[in-house]
Ligand binder design. Sequence first.
Ligand code: AMP
Length: 285
Amino acid sequence: MNIVVSRTVAELRGHLDLECDAGRTVGLVPTMGALHGGHASLVARAVARCDVVVTSIFINPRQFGAGEDLGSYPKMLDDDLELLASLGCRHAWIPSPGEMYPDGYCTRVEMDGLTDVLCGVSRPAHFGGVLTVVLKLFHQVKPDVAFFGQKDYQQSLLIRRMVQDLEVPVCIEVCPIVREPDGLAMSSRNRYLSPEERDQASVLNRALGVVEDAWRGGERDAARLMALGHLVAAESPLVRIDYLEIRDAETLTLREGEARVGDLVAVAAFVGQARLIDNRHFTES
Ligand code: AMP
């Protein structure tokens, strides 16, 4: 199936209005491109659930901080379009920064509290930029359902919160984390890793696994569970932990005392040029 590429809002609406007029449901998968198996799983889910799927590819300058990888973020548009077409994605929405933020643009979505913890600590402007662009994408595409990855758990929580608070008429579906064979969560940023860094990066999933195993074994003390994770991560000298924490999955409050079913165990680490994240939740054992 051919994929239809839109680069302006006018082009996009021209195509999507026809789909809406025909009564088709629209699914949106927002991405920054350099697509991998994680993105593919979201698109496949969207294709299964919606009549028409739009994947956006936009490296959003407003979610990168000073000194981050905006300038070096991988771009591989031809490969991305081929993958999307093979998955049955009908539309690619690829706006330029100028189309998204024309001269004079000065509005930003801001959220209290939930943006100040976990990734918000080392990336203070990040989530404001994410929420702003995602809200714009919702208005441009007008999807019935939008698909996000559990890998960026905090992001998906904030988006669910924004949709509820601002009464945005879209259904949010969060899809499971797709991993490499050694357990490393797939990420466009894994491309930055040297072979040795790539090897050591798998410690993140192992550390989460050890914490989860201890939970399943009956350990409930949140501080001891976190300490176990840190101990495992320390085995890999090229991995510098930013945070490894257990938090309430809805409020993101740091868990003190006993960990609970549903709690989030989240990790972020700097590995070479990359900052990688991963997470899981405690389930009934
Ligand atoms: P990005 O291109 O990194 O902005 O990611 C676009 C979407 O893909 C986000 O909703 C991510 O959470 C999701 N995603 C990224 N990596 C994975 C993965 N390994 N498994 C599942 N979803 C992912």
